[in-house]
Design a protein around this ligand. Structure first.
Ligand SMILES: Cc1cc2nc3c(=O)[nH]c(=O)nc-3n(C[C@H](O)[C@H](O)[C@H](O)COP(=O)(O)OP(=O)(O)OC[C@H]3O[C@@H](n4cnc5c(N)ncnc54)[C@H](O)[C@@H]3O)c2cc1C
Length: 386
């Protein structure tokens, strides 16, 4: 292996590894602060091999996972707006969202708790009101829903591309098709090795997505990578009734959660739905990209009980990976053993709505060593295997 040389050509303020959802946002925010940034990505821009593809991601603020996420979401929304304006790209849309199930289920009770704690606007709808306002849904008689007007969806590929374009515009050097082989801390910063060279920088930001077990082995935190499937069904009666539908998450009596989007791919493009979790363990190297007819049947069987028009042909499927931590909270922090390294991983299937604010947090940590954002929940020390 060649010896790193600290020439001007190979020396950066910050290297960002992984330019998917989080890494592209980090590269953008660091570059906008006038720092010399190198981004290294093993795949192409806005690719479909990781966790940031498939056309849409739910964004919402009434956060049933934990009210502690809400201040981050408020900032993320401001940054989504800024991103849309600066890039001129249609990166997100507010459609309204309904989060539904029995009154005491996590989806409903948790969404309500977060809304009340942070004084977010919401409406509570009973089953009759849900049917009246959203005739495409068939709730159970005892179901209730929290309706959040400011919920909607982000477009993952457009978001990644927008951050890449803005990073390049701010002077970042981004190299695609260049996997990082390894990295280590040195006396004065970090060295990152690829086939094309050792690169030196003062700070390293690692955003590896489902590759965390490989790139962050030294962090000693258990991350389980899961295969997830997305399904697009062509609704009975056409997509018209779904074009202005809200996003939804519904919780079933057995605790399973399913979610879906409005029809955003035109006539014949279908309506996207999926299980939230319920995946199978995999790795980026072993994930089975083939979706079996039995999986499609299982999804259809389930979703037609809530969206009857989706008892219909499946027109498209895709696979994607979650990177789950044991408590399903993120890992965003300085590396506990390497002062020059910041890590962002373990987004556990709910990270995309935070992409803009995580980019800002990573830029804070890499350029100033700390952040004013509340990230205590994401400290990796809680998970370290001893
Ligand atoms: C099916 C599905 C549905 C989801 N739905 C939602 C939702 O509705 N709302 C929501 O908020 N979130 C949702 N999520 C979660 C969200 O999409 C993820 O949390 C987020 O995209 C993770 O971003 P990331 O940057 O960590 O990973 P990625 O975007 O995968 O980025 C990691 C990058 O690192 C690169 N990389 C890895 N190893 C190397 C290496 N050695 N050298 C160089 N580059 C490397 C990879 O190629 C990749 O580009 C969903 C995820 C899936 C899969």
């Amino acid at each position: 292996m060649s010896t790193p040389h600290a020439t001007r050509e190979h020396s950066y303020d910050v290297i960002v590894v992984g330019l998917g959802g989080m890494g592209s946002a980090a590269a953008c925010h660091v570059a906008k602060r006038g720092r010399r940034v190198l981004g290294l990505e093993k795949h192409t821009p806005a690719h479909d091999k990781g966790s940031s593809h498939g056309g849409s991601r739910i964004i919402r603020q009434s956060y049933f996972e934990d009210p502690a996420y809400v201040p981050l979401l408020l900032r993320s929304y401001a940054l989504w707006e800024e991103l849309a304006r600066d890039s001129g790209s249609d990166v997100y849309r507010l459609t309204g969202g309904i989060f539904l199930g029995s009154p005491d289920c996590r989806t409903v009770a948790g969404s309500l708790k977060a809304s009340q704690e942070w004084s977010l606007p919401y409406e509570l709808l009973d089953a009759a009101e849900i049917r009246r306002r959203f005739p495409q849904f068939a709730p159970q008689p005892d179901d209730v829903a929290l309706y959040e007007e400011r919920a909607g969806f982000a477009r993952p590929e457009a978001t990644v591309q927008a951050h890449i374009d803005l990073a390049l515009g701010a002077g970042a050097e981004l190299r695609f098709g260049e996997p990082v082989l390894d990295w280590e801390e040195t006396a004065s910063g970090v060295v990152v090795r690829t086939e094309h060279g050792p690169y030196l920088a003062e700070q390293l930001v690692i955003c590896p997505g489902a590759w965390a077990p490989q790139l962050l082995e030294r962090l000693r935190i258990p991350i389980e990578v899961e295969r997830q499937v997305l399904y697009w069904f062509d609704p009975v009666g056409g997509t018209g009734a779904f074009e202005n539908a809200p996003v939804f998450i519904n919780e079933w009596p057995d605790g399973a959660q399913t979610y879906g989007f409005p029809a955003i791919d035109g006539p014949g493009g279908g309506v996207k739905v999926a299980f939230f979790r319920n995946g199978s363990p995999c790795s980026p190297d072993t994930i089975d990209r083939v979706v079996r007819p039995a999986e499609v049947d299982e999804m259809r069987e389930r979703i037609r009980g809530f969206v009857p028009a989706l008892d219909s042909p499946c027109v498209h499927t895709a696979t994607c990976m979650y990177s789950n931590t044991p408590d399903e909270h993120f890992v965003v922090a300085r590396h506990p053993d390497c002062a020059a390294v910041t890590v962002a991983c373990g987004f556990s299937g709910h990270g995309f709505k935070f992409v803009p604010v995580v980019g800002e947090i990573l830029a804070d940590l890499a350029t100033t060593g700390s952040t004013a954002h509340p990230i205590g929940l994401f400290d990796p020390q809680r998970l370290v295997l001893r």
